[in-house]
Design a protein around this ligand. Structure first.
Ligand SMILES: NC(=O)C1=CN([C@@H]2O[C@H](COP(=O)(O)OP(=O)(O)OC[C@H]3O[C@@H](n4cnc5c(N)ncnc54)[C@H](O)[C@@H]3O)[C@@H](O)[C@H]2O)C=CC1
Ligand SMILES: O=C(CO)COP(=O)(O)O
Length: 335
């Protein structure tokens, strides 16, 4: 079944290219990227050196700069562009996309202006499509270097999710199905904020005890807000939540953790962003997440401190002091 489906994937960065290369092993896949150079390189050399310097892509993967070519004949559409351009990209493909095709989102962020999840954004721009997310502890460069990884493909529709599972999985990329797309999407987006916090802590010389405490309390904050926003707790305890939190907070490859490390070393957020060529979703997501927590009266001390450093210019050292000054009550409570 999966081999008969044609896939159109939007976004030629690290993760879009990685997923396109995996899916191309199972089905005819066309990747849309903006850059003509990137498209030519993928088609001729089977590489995308700007984002994945050492990786060799599946030779059958085709790339194009034409949206119509990528999505017009596709049976499945995959969104791999950053969160803040997802709405515009969805609107741009509206004239070309067939009415019923499933859409899978890879992005791990919230829309800055609305606080919406990416499947909410895509659903508003492209109503009537079955929507899902592919998420989990999936650092692109590790996967392209041939190391094993696991992900969840989360959709409301039990039949479609099983059909699509075969499309994404390979021998080393294990794909589990999950019927809580809201929880899976929230886990992937929320963990980025905690990766910034962990990076700050590590730059300031946090020990393993401190980092473990920070990760555990991050998981508690993710659960508190995530469940309030409609996630199931068990999803946030799984690959999409705790799994991705561990990967992103501990990997030197994580862009969000790198942002935290740089902030912790004394740089301003403007200096950090000016030196980065890839997206770190947590920088933008922390604003809407903090607003959602405040609006609901949910205490998230770690999110509060990351927000203060990223958006209010507070030094990273004050985030550490802020967390220590939060009263430690029962473990079940915030703080
Ligand atoms: N890199 C990774 O290991 C993983 C990333 N993700 C998520 O995937 C999403 C995409 O991330 P990456 O591919 O890593 O980012 P990236 O920074 O490597 O690449 C971003 C891509 O988006 C393109 N882009 C930027 N602005 C655009 C616009 N206005 N219109 C169209 N395309 C535009 C860029 O040209 C580039 O090709 C993010 O939400 C990220 O959190 C999820 C899992 C793993
Ligand atoms: O989502 C990711 C790993 O699962 C990638 O994290 P970064 O965006 O921080 O690199």
């Amino acid at each position: 079944m999966a081999r008969e489906l044609k896939v159109g994937l939007l976004g030629g960065g690290s993760w879009g290219t990685t997923v396109a290369s995996l899916v191309a092993r199972n089905a005819p896949t066309t990747l849309w990227a903006r850059s003509e150079d990137t498209v030519a390189e993928i088609n001729c050399d089977h590489t995308n050196r700007r984002y994945l310097p050492d990786a060799r892509l599946t030779a059958s993967l085709r790339a194009t700069t034409e949206l119509a070519e990528a999505v017009g004949g596709a049976d499945v559409i995959v969104f791999g562009v950053p969160s803040q351009v997802t709405r515009a990209t969805a609107a741009a493909i509206r004239p070309f996309i067939r009415p019923w095709v499933p859409i899978i989102s890879l992005a791990k962020g919230f829309e800055l202006s609305t606080g919406k999840r990416m499947t909410e954004v895509i659903g508003e721009e492209l109503p009537g499509h079955p929507l899902g997310v592919l998420t989990g502890p999936n650092l692109a460069k590790e996967i392209m270097s041939g190391l094993a990884a696991a992900a969840v493909l989360a959709m409301d529709d039990d039949v479609i999710v099983r059909e699509l599972q075969d499309l994404f999985r390979t021998g080393l990329f294990r794909v589990y199905t999950n019927d809580d797309p809201v929880g899976a999407e929230l886990g992937g987006a929320l963990k980025n904020i905690f990766a910034i916090a962990t990076g700050m802590g590590d730059a300031l010389g946090a020990g393993v005890n401190t980092r473990s405490a920070l990760l555990t309390r991050s998981q508690a904050e993710m659960m508190r807000l995530g469940v309030a926003l409609g996630a199931r707790a068990e999803t946030l305890m799984g690959l999409a939540g705790m799994g991705d939190l561990l990967a992103t907070c501990t990997s030197p490859q994580s862009r969000n953790r790198t942002v935290g490390l740089e902030l912790g070393s004394g740089k301003t957020i403007e200096q950090v962003l000016a030196s980065m060529s890839q997206v770190a979703e947590g920088v933008k997501s922390v604003g809407p997440v903090w607003e959602m927590a405040c609006a609901r009266g949910i205490e998230l001390p770690i999110v509060r401190e990351v927000y203060a450093v990223v958006h209010e210019g507070a030094p990273a050292t004050s985030a550490f002091r802020g967390l220590l000054s939060t009263a430690a009550g029962s473990e079940a409570e915030p703080g």
